[in-house]
Write a protein that binds this ligand. Sequence first.
Ligand code: CUA
Length: 201
Amino acid sequence: MLTKVHTGLDAVPGIWWKPAHKSEKIWVAIAFAWCIVLFAMMPLWHWKGGQNPSGIRRHVDPKAYFARTMAFATQYKVGEDRGLPIVQPPPGADVYLVAMTYQWYPILRLEQGKEYMLHMSALDVNHGFSLYPLNINFSVVPGYDYALRVTPTAAGDFRIICNEFCGIGHHTMVGRVIVVDSAGSTVADNDSATIRSKEGQ
Ligand code: CUA
């Protein structure tokens, strides 16, 4: 008598051809309904939640964008910090920020409650714009001018951290945005002292 040998030719025992149990059908229906809810939430978050800002993207020559930013910085320069110009454009103006290895240029000084058109682009490689300590993140890509309507809602001295690895100096790529309140004063000194003391630890 031959011994039964198991090979791949034998059908795997199973019950898949039997009708699904009622509870399984209910579960599939619930999962599908939830998928549709989440799908609807994507556009809803965009319009109602204010989490996904609609920027305007344009192709731009990285060198031309850099030249535009330099001209902007020269035009509205009001001071300097460690070799970087502090630039204060008038409310409503187009504001230019360029990311390059390994700095954000220039330092921006904006007024609280005023609207600006903020342009961001990179000169060399991909960088990541992350406004510290707020949770605002964008990819900054060479060849693309990403323009956003922004209205600073709080005065302070903010840092821009690069959150996309861009090279050996990535961790040193820290920029600065100063927001002054309507009285023209800023809590910048207190805040920057706090941040500097943290950096020094
Ligand atoms: Cu720039 Cu990382």
